[in-house]
Unconditional design. Structure first.
Length: 62
């Protein structure tokens, strides 16, 4: 997606690294937690790890 492709065999490791960075930023609270959460989701969307329908389903109100 968006020209960036992460190979399928590496995607779990990249996702784990993103989550680890997000966890660190949540604990340190240097930037607002909302920015950290959205940045992590956008990073996963751009890298093609998180499909768009799943990302929008989380943000919708049933």
């Amino acid at each position: 997606m968006f020209g960036f492709v992460v190979p399928a065999e590496v995607q779990p490791w990249v996702a784990l690294a993103i989550l680890l960075v997000m966890f660190t930023l949540f604990v340190m609270e240097r930037i607002p937690v909302e920015v950290t959460a959205i940045s992590g989701a956008v990073t996963m969307l751009v890298l093609g790890i998180l499909p768009i329908p799943e990302a929008t389903a989380v943000l919708s109100n049933p």
